[in-house]
Every structure is written in C-alpha cells, then in structure tokens.
Ligand binder design. Sequence first.
Ligand code: HXC
Length: 516
Amino acid sequence: MVEIMHSNILELFELREEALDGGGKKRIEVQHNGGKLTARERIDLLLDEGSFEELDILKVGRSATSDGDEHPGDGVITGHGTINGREVFVFSQDFTVTGGSLGEGHSQKICKIMDLAARVGSPVIGLNDSGGARIQEGVDALAAYGEIFHRNVNASGVIPQISCIMGPCAGGAVYSPSITDFVFMVEQTSYMFVTGPNVVKTVIHKDITSEDLGGAQVHARKSGVAQFVYPNDILCLRAVRQLISYLPSNNRQKAPILDLNDPPERTDPALDYLVPSNPNQSYDMNVLIYSILDGAEFLEVQPHFAGNIICGLGRMGGQTIGLVANQPAVLAGALDSNASSKAARFVRFCDAFNIPLICLVDVPGFMPGPEQEHGGIIRHGAKLLYAFIEATVPRITVIVRKAYGGAYVVMNSKHIHCDINYAWPTAEIAVMGARGATEVIFRKEIKAAADPDALLSEKMENYRKHFMNPFLAAKRGYIDDVIFPRDTRHRLIRTLQFLENKKSSRPDRKHGNIPL
Ligand code: HXC
C-alpha cells in the first residue's frame, strides 16, 4: 500500500521554503550588492557548521495581519546554535523583509530567545540590520523596543550580550546595542545615531553624511560606542567567535580553559631592557603584554579609542584574564576622561563574568588642564577607582615604571585592596615626578640660587635617588615583591593559580551608586 504524505507535512515544507527565501531574490541581490551578507548567511558564518536550530520560523507579526501581507519571519531570524561547541542564542535581522524593521512580532521573537538564554545561562548575540521601528505598527513598535531594552538590562552581568551592527541602526534602536557588553561595527555598511542626517539638517542646519555622523570609525575612534570594528561581515563574525572563546557562558561559570602549549615558566630576558633609563622616554607597553600572554594572543578591546590605556582579553596558563595597562607611548600613559571610563567599563565586565584582572602600570598621573577638568575628569576618574574597588575577582598589579600620585592609588594599588602587587626594579612610586616635586619643595632655594638650573638638577637627582624606586613601598609592604622583568609571566601565572579560589564579598545592599 502506498502511503500518502499528510498535507500538513507538505504545507510545512512549503512554509519553511517560503521563510528561507526571506524578502526574495531581488532584495537579496540588493543586499549583496551593498557589500552585506544576508541574515541567514551571517548566522551560518557565526555558528559552528550545521549547529543552528531555528525557532519561530513561522511567526508573523501584527502588520502582517492588518495589511494582509505576511512578512516571512517578521524580518528577523532567531534561534540557537554553538560556537566551538558551546551554546549561544542569536537573532539576525533580515533587511530584505520590510527593511528588518522592528514590530511587535519581530520583538517577541527576539525577547523569546533572550528569555531562554537568560534561563539556561548562554550568551545572546544580536546581528542588527534594521530600518528601526516599523512605521506601520506605530506605538506597538515602540513598545516592542521597550521589551527588548528591559531584557537587556536584566540580562546585564548575567549572560554576555554582544551586538553586531551590520546595517542601519537609528533612533532609540541604538540603545539596545549600547546596553550590551560589546558592540561590533562593520566599516562602510553600518551606522548608529540617535537622529539621522535629515534631522540634523532640519534642527541644526548642518550637512553631514551617515558615515560621518555615526559610521564605524566615528564610534570606534571618537564616541567610544563601538568596541570593535571590522572591514566586512565575514571578519566581524569571525571576531565574535574569538571573543566568545574567552568568555564564560554566564556569571555563575568560569571562562573555559584553553591550553595554547605555552610553558608557564617561560621567561623573556628582553623585558629586562624594556624600560628606558631616561624617564621621559616612552616605550610600547604592547611588548610586555604580548610577551607575557599565552601564545602572544591578545584581543584588544576599543583599540582605537583612548589609546593611553590598553584593555583586552588574553590567557595566562590557559585561563582567561582581563588586562588593563597604561600605554606610555600615547599621552605618556596619563589617565584622561576617556581612558578612565573605557577601563572602568572593562573592569566591571571582567568582574561580572569572573575574569581575573591584571593591571600593568606606568602612569604619570591624571591629565591636567581645563579641557579635562571641565569635561569631568573627576567624575570619570572616579569610575575607574570605583570599578577596581568593587571588583571581587582576583586582582594583580605590576608596576612597571611610573606610579605617581592619585593615579597610582587608582590603578589597582594595594591601598584599594588589590590582592597582589608586584613592581619591577624600574618602578617609580611617588607622589609626583622629580621635577614637579623639587620645584614645589625647593622653590625658594632654587629662586635664590646663583645657578638655579644646577641646583634644580642636583635636587632632582637627589629626589630620584631617594623616592623614585619601588623599595620604599616594598619596605612598607605596599608592594608584595620586586620582581625581575624577565620573570613576569611566571610570577603572574603562579599568582593566578593561588588566587583561583579567592572569596570576597560585598556589603549587603541593593546596588552601589557608581559616578556615571
Ligand atoms: C517600515 C521600513 C522601515 C521602517 C525601511 N523600511 N525602514 N518599513 N518601517 N522603519 C522598508 C522600506 O519601506 C523598503 O520597503 C525596505 O524597508 C527597504 O528600505 P529602503 O528605504 O528601500 O532601503 P535603503 O534605501 O537601503 O534605506 C534604508 C533606510 C531607510 C536608510 C533604513 O529605509 C530609512 O530611512 N528608513 C526609515 C528609518 C527610520 O527613520 N526608522 C525609524 C527610526 S526611529 P520596500 O517594500 O519598498 O522594499 C526608531 C525609534 C526606535 O527606530 C525607538 C525605540 C524606543
């Protein structure tokens, strides 16, 4: 007897086929011609091959029922899959379907996977490519955004949330990505702004392109909204996979261990020559960073923003660590407002997700001047101070060279309860640099001297000899050990090992009030 397939099964084939087509061949061609991949192609590149399991492929939204025109998947593809074998949830907006605009059904699909991700403790990755609120759905579309924002906030610090901006992102829609932990952007094809060029023209009579107003480079270099920028969709998605490899799936787990076959006891004699004898000469802190990390692998966060501080993820002894380092090669490594808020946000991310912090210090102080003071350096600097102090993950500091004044205390010093503080013999731990200090203390004598320059030099030399070293701080116990530069990697890994089961608690409270 010949079995006939049930008509519903045949219908399911058809419905799925229709959904897989998205907005149709023509619109897909437009997407490709614009240098963009489709929503489905992006998911395929992001996830392990064949791992994607789609949810709500048949869902249609409110505007579909009102105008009778059903939008496949309601403009967004949602589901879960794996990255290097670990589960993640993903939504990918389909610009070929009503411009990826967000209405009620579209939002419900996103909210469903956000709820599932929070429940099972897996990251959410959003691939954004959308014309914003679906105009035909009016206030329902705005309400739909609110539901997403609400979930973004509740999931913050619970599961990692990652946003890729791979097309337009305008109006209030920008606020969901900006609440998430990391924003990736693609050059030339993505932009983010609260009000677009047309509104700018109307309100402030200024002509500006989308790219100049809110393109990838603007947000990577000027605003600090984007943490990562890549030249195309493929490289962007590959980088998201790399980022995920460093992270735990949720705040109850530790990051996965990955052995890169780099011996923990490896020393680097070249580091003994890294710090120049002349304190005014700069050097590149990246030399130290790449030397101590496993396999010289480092994922720098916000590499183009506030280059005077370096933040990023690497591994030591297989364990993920968050690294915060002053960069003497940019603005002499001084802390300004942007550097402070960049590092503060990174420290808080690491703390939320059980990633130990390593701080490499060469800081001459906070950046002086009216621009910084009026821009709120006090408020921004306080964020970094606050972030380090509230962090309960293992905290380790190595003072490489300068550690002056308030910036010394802020940069994860012993005095704000860092667990272990090392210094290189080249460390200069003091209230301020030699010139500033001698000019304050010996102002009168220098003014009255027959040869003021000679006296200033003599006093500075004297000050350097007595104060510009790590030994005074080590005598007080503020520095746990003065280490040989070449041994830095080994000492850090051993310290991470013994701090692994560190327990530290915070006072009982609803939440603190970080100076935002
Ligand atoms: C409904 C939309 C849409 C939207 C685009 N489309 N945006 N449909 N609501 N918001 C549709 C278009 O009508 C078109 O349909 C298809 O998507 C592709 O759009 P095009 O304009 O042909 O594409 P392109 O030339 O690439 O321009 C893309 C665009 C432009 C720059 C995004 O579409 C645009 O300006 N859209 C409006 C953007 C906007 O102002 N959104 C509201 C932002 S405010 P057809 O059928 O013709 O192909 C907001 C508030 C959020 O989002 C608040 C949260 C609290």
